[in-house]
Design a protein around this ligand. Sequence first.
Ligand SMILES: Cc1cc2nc3c(=O)[nH]c(=O)nc-3n(C[C@H](O)[C@H](O)[C@H](O)COP(=O)(O)OP(=O)(O)OC[C@H]3O[C@@H](n4cnc5c(N)ncnc54)[C@H](O)[C@@H]3O)c2cc1C
Length: 606
Amino acid sequence: MASYKAPLTDVKFLLNEVFDYPSHYQSLSNGGEATPDMVDAILGECARFCENTLFPLYQSGDEEGCKLVDGGVKTPAGYKEAYEEYVAGGWQGLSSLEEYGGQNLPASLGLMKQEMMGTANWPFSMYPGLSMGAMNTLQLHGHEDQRQTYLTPMTEGRWTGTMCLTEPQCGTDLGQVRTKAVPQEDGSYRVTGTKIFISSGDHDMAENIVHIVLARTPEAPKGTKGISLFIVPKYLPDEQGNPGDANGVSVGALEEKMGIKASATCTMNFDDARGYMVGEENKGLECMFTFMNTARIGTAIQGVGPAELSYQNALAYAKERRSMRALSGKKEPDQVADSLMYHADVRRMLLTQKAVAEGGRAMLYDAAQFADHMVCAYIEEDEKQADQYDDKLGFLTPILKGFLTEMGYEATNLGMQVFGGHGYIKEHGMEQIVRDTRIATLYEGTTGIQALDLLGRKTLLMTQGGAVRDFTLRMSNFARKHLGDKAVRHYCWRLLRLAAQWNWLTLRLMVMARKDRDMVSSAANDFLMYSGYVYMAFMWARMAVAAQQGLRQGGAQSEDFYRAKLATAEFYFERMLPRAQGHAESMLSPSETLMKLDNDHFAFDY
Ligand SMILES: Cc1cc2nc3c(=O)[nH]c(=O)nc-3n(C[C@H](O)[C@H](O)[C@H](O)COP(=O)(O)OP(=O)(O)OC[C@H]3O[C@@H](n4cnc5c(N)ncnc54)[C@H](O)[C@@H]3O)c2cc1C
């Protein structure tokens, strides 16, 4: 049976000693209330809810799963009560606008909350998580009356939301969407079509479900330019704004799947359902991108959280389990054998997990500051500034989503490996973490699609390498500032070399892509992974600097904590970062190495 303890010490270290969140919050127009005491209280309360309510339901939720009963989804025992507690705690509106019932705190606090809740029980956290994406879309693109009707009950958590994009013939290529929306005289639409794989498509925890649906109006152009976005509620709100008549929305099926069994994945049938357009006609995909960016950063958390959960449990096991003697001689002579902790290969696995969980958390907290600035600029209606922060965050989003979910999956696999055969059987809960994490590299855009977005759109097309120059400048400035410090100088030199290399690789790819049309697709995955390893190195260098300062000046954490940070930073730079060079070499290989084999020769039965 697995266990979970919220990593509050690491969170506080990042907040106060690495990223100086107290000053950051004071610089935001909506950050005044986020004083250190208030932040401590919120995170402490969140940790209690996660440890006492959410985590105890993690394994039982997997065993029971969701069930389709009389046309509706029944969530596992305890979920409804846990959701009531979540709503009563005001968690859904933590970072939402006050005018719609929220608490108006910075977006980053919402992300920290999401990380803890997602670690304690990812399938549960998907219900409020998808709702958050729908809320952000309505906030940015909905009319005021739509916001009043839908956003308020969603912010309070009484209603939840979904994102209905995928259809049987398309998940990535949304230009193929067929769902129809026919305009009515009263300004509403009639929506008809089938959406598949819809997370939280139905459940028994909220009074109403607000589906955000991609569909085409009758005269819409073909492809992505003819897609619009609609609100389609499960129950049509009555005049008082309460759930009224049932709409033409039904659950066609509940998927049986590898993991996240307590998260309902539904086929949703829309049959002449009443819908309301959000934003402009044929601009649905653009509106949905807001949704997708939030959801993608939300999914990046699924790389970090399970790595943390798996690490915590693998560590406890490695300390207890005994096997053979350490190569350097008996370490625990009174025992029948030494613990797994004395074997270098086991330590490699544990340190990899620790480096991913803590390095990934630092990446999220770093990016979250851009999200805070972006939201503030939107609130202040400073479009130029909002766009600038949106661009910065937009560049980081595919790295966070693609790299962290791939690394998170690796980390959970290693957690299972530490348990040996015992990791593969159900009892210890390690195989569930692996199964639950596997989906993270698939939904919200597969790793391949994140990689194309990063290299093709954000790096080459939109900024001609400018986004990389921007990011590496931040990295180089940091490195130069700390070059004088002997203890971290070697990390700073590495960062400077990587900054130069990342720009050089971008330039090379730009030149190669001009002649070779398949180059972007063939280099994208390596480029994404390279970018992720470098970003994480930047974060480990920042943590090493903060840990050194903590040791020298007697910081708020224990000496053991700082020493562990420094040892993990060293492990990361010596044993994980070298992987970036493999990706650097591989990305420059001409696309021919992938494309020259004729489709007919690509066979197994010659
Ligand atoms: C449990 C679960 C929950 C989900 N929740 C939701 C939800 O709430 N709402 C929703 O709308 N959808 C949801 N989805 C759907 C999910 O987002 C899609 O499955 C995913 O985006 C991939 O689409 P696809 O399955 O159609 O794969 P495809 O698009 O068919 O892709 C297949 C493979 O081809 C690759 N590929 C495709 N096109 C290209 C290209 N141009 N270049 C290079 N490689 C390419 C992909 O990377 C992938 O490896 C969910 C799916 C699951 C399994």
